[in-house]
Design a protein around this ligand. Structure first.
Ligand code: IMP
Length: 181
């Protein structure tokens, strides 16, 4: 059986399940201030990392929500961004004139966020795009971009859990953790 070359017993909790769940309510309120609850929204889940965050976040919305899933890869099996974005599936319906909420797990270098923001503005012509990220590694930024809202600012350490993986593992953890050096 293939196992990740790190031991889950060494994993330290950085952000607990309770902290995450509380933060979701705050983010949902922030989104509602931009997109009133009587307006429809398209929620774009950026796979695979934002799957947990996105699925939990939409449960707090009172809007009519349509969910779409796109897939981008930037890390491969490394713990540092490869600066090499791979758009695996960007299939989306017509979003012209729609309210769009892009949901990301983490903004690290900012390259993915930059790519997505440009893509939506240039190709999809929505009425309004809001970018939300659970985590924000501001100190690792390579391009000048910030999400409209984010849950937690973190140091430049590699984190796993709640959708984020190391070599494909640990996405199922309900909290965010890291492996101390
Ligand atoms: P960026 O383009 O460098 O901002 O990276 C964005 C993507 O890299 C995220 O959507 C994650 O999938 C992945 N990523 C960045 N930092 C981490 C981390 O600490 N753990 C796991 N994945 C990460």
């Amino acid at each position: 059986m293939t196992m990740p070359d790190k031991n889950i017993l060494d994993l330290k909790v950085l952000i607990s399940e309770e902290e995450i769940q509380n933060k979701l309510k705050i983010i949902a309120k922030q989104v509602e201030e931009i997109f009133p609850a009587d307006e429809d929204i398209y929620v774009i889940c950026v796979l695979k990392g934002s799957v947990m965050f996105c699925i939990d976040l939409v449960k707090h919305f009172k809007h009519n929500v349509q969910m779409e899933f796109i897939r981008i890869s930037s890390y491969g099996h490394e713990t540092k961004s490869t600066n090499n974005l791979q758009a695996i599936d960007l299939t989306l319906p017509n979003l012209e004139g729609k309210n769009v909420l892009i949901v990301e797990d983490i903004i690290d270098t900012g390259l993915t966020a930059r790519f997505l923001t440009d893509l939506f503005k240039i190709k999809h012509h929505p009425q309004k795009v809001i970018f939300v990220s659970l985590l924000n590694k501001k100190c690792a930024r390579q391009v000048d971009i910030e999400p409209d809202f984010y849950g937690f600012e973190i140091d430049d350490k590699f984190v796993v859990g709640y959708g984020l993986d190391y070599k494909g593992y640990y996405r199922n953890l309900p909290y965010i953790g890291y492996f101390p050096n």
